[in-house]
Design a protein around this ligand. Structure first.
Ligand SMILES: [Zn+2]
Length: 210
């Protein structure tokens, strides 16, 4: 759907070094019986209805922890990345004004009032750890992000939630712990089998330790 009738690509691939990783939730149903169908419906909504050129997120994670490739990133078979330089991401559409250099990862479900399950959190930790390593990012650091296209700048945590960039509830303020009332997603203890024996580990500490 990126191509018009004469074969022209309306949204050509454009690759940039990664400066930030941003987490979302999809605000689709939780306890989803067919998450692959949900990924396809998100694709249709964002690509066709909202005209993002392709799925807005680079990666999506369902409640079983399965990771889906969202935005196409070229023909090399590697998700997220492409182009000629190692660890350059294909531009996508998940945070208004701050997309180039910003990788978007969405948890499937609506975590406004409930926390995601262990399998999803465990996959999220792995995905963020791998992306941090490949992109040479400090998962507990901050980034002086500058959009290489527009020059729009923000200073945020290198691993942020959508809400850290814009006025949105996404991905909720308390999903890292079912019992937490903290508004700080990243300092709340996470519950994950990957973290057995370290119940006070925060999400970012977990990412760093992997
Ligand atoms: Zn979001």
């Amino acid at each position: 759907m990126r191509f018009v009738a004469d074969g022209t690509n309306r949204y050509p691939d454009a690759y940039y070094p990664v400066q930030a990783l941003t987490v979302h939730h999809s605000v689709t149903r939780t306890t989803d019986p067919d998450p692959a169908a949900t990924v396809r419906s998100i694709y249709f909504d964002q690509t066709i209805t909202r005209n993002f050129g392709d799925l807005g997120y680079h990666l999506l994670i369902d409640e079983a922890g399965t990771v889906y490739e969202g935005r196409s990133s070229g023909s090399d078979g590697e998700p997220v990345f492409g182009g000629t330089a190692l660890a350059q991401m294909n531009n996508a559409a998940h945070v208004a004004r701050y997309n180039a250099g910003n990788v978007g990862v969405a948890l499937l479900g609506d975590f406004t009032d409930v926390a995601p399950g262990r399998a999803a959190v465990d996959s999220l930790i792995k995905v963020l750890a791998i992306l941090s390593a490949v992109c040479n990012l400090d998962p507990r650091g901050r980034t002086a992000y500058v959009n290489p296209v527009s020059g729009a700048a923000r200073n945020v945590r290198t691993i942020s939630g959508h809400r850290d960039w814009a006025a949105t509830e996404c991905p909720s303020g308390r999903w890292t712990s079912p019992t937490s009332t903290s508004s700080n997603v990243w300092s709340s203890p996470v519950s994950s089998p990957a973290l057995a024996g370290t119940p006070q580990t925060t999400l970012l500490e977990a990412v760093e330790s992997r």
